[in-house]
Design a protein around this ligand. Sequence first.
Ligand code: TXA
Ligand code: MG
Length: 364
Amino acid sequence: MSSDSSSPQSSAVINEAVQSLRDGGLVAFPTETVYGLGADAKNPEAIKKVFAAKGRPSNHPLIVHVAAPDKFDQAQVDWVPVLAPWVRDISEDALKLMHAFWPGPLTLVFKKDKSVPLEATGGQDTVAIRAPAHPLAQELLRKFKGGIVGPSANRFGKVSPTSAADVRSEFEGMLDLMILDGGDCKVGIESTIIDLSSGDRAVLLRPGLITPGEILAKTGIHVYLPGESIQAKEGGDLPRVSGSLRAHYAPTTPLRMYSPGRVLDALSEFPDIKSRVAVAVWDSDSSLGDDGHPSVHFEEMVVPSDSTAFASRLYRSLRDLDQQGWDLILFPEPPTGEEWDGVRDRLQRACFGSGPSSSSHASN
Ligand code: TXA
Ligand code: MG
């Protein structure tokens, strides 16, 4: 791991990445959540290259990553000048959220400044901003002295990459893609997204490591769930959150969830599968034991029963399992509780989009 000054990425390499961004090129970079596919957020031509590389529809908005001031004390940072080039109104709630969670795995959606290219926002008048905590991302952002759009560095609908090697395998054909190696991502699932653009209430658009409960405890701000919020405003039929498509984050091997003790039920959909079934089991359970089926061979894989540890390895496990040629992958349904909402959300979408035809699902 490389997340400190012993980073294997020398400053010469970072300078080269900065130059590439200034020249309108793409640079993949590590964050604490997943790797991003970066481009200059004020260069429409560069942004178009990001959409082309990912195969992502151009009306799906991107997150603009910004630098935290150098040598900061988290509670003291003045975020107003950092946001000024991007955002129109910064509310008291926004300041509280930034002080409590930035830099970190939290993305905030604001009304955009008119200088932000519509290419970055999928044509919307709002913009998503995040200050990532990963030191290498911060170094890149500080040296670049601008915002960097960074969708997850995967092909549209596929599993997000949590290592430099994962990014390489997503973009095998793009031999000239520069990838900064910052080791394995610690959080492992994408940032929590909160919409502040309505001005009156904070709405959860994507669950992640930072939960509404933690936000309430640290800032006193009540985060509404999308169902609780005011119905879609103007432009409500735009895909405000591409990750909210039912199929996303998906492996090509069929993936399903099973409820406690009901592994065989999950198999009923696949009557022909007799072998090569990988089953994830909680580390807190001994194993499937004798619950198996005499004619089906299960291969067990232990997964952490702690939500944070589970999230940090989820995409790694999905990618590795996808490479191993299983006929079917089964994961246990995450328990209830908001700390599991992020992984439950990703697993549900991964299941829905999984299988050989996942790309056709995902692009719907
Ligand atoms: O953790 C993360 O957020 C990672 C790392 C690289 O920072 N990035 C990431 O980007 O997950 P992406 O593009 O894969 O997902 C960004 C999500 C999309 O679902 C997008 O629709 C939503 O953010 N988003 C971006 N701008 C938005 C806006 N103006 N309003 C609502 N949602 C927005
Ligand atoms: Mg993504």
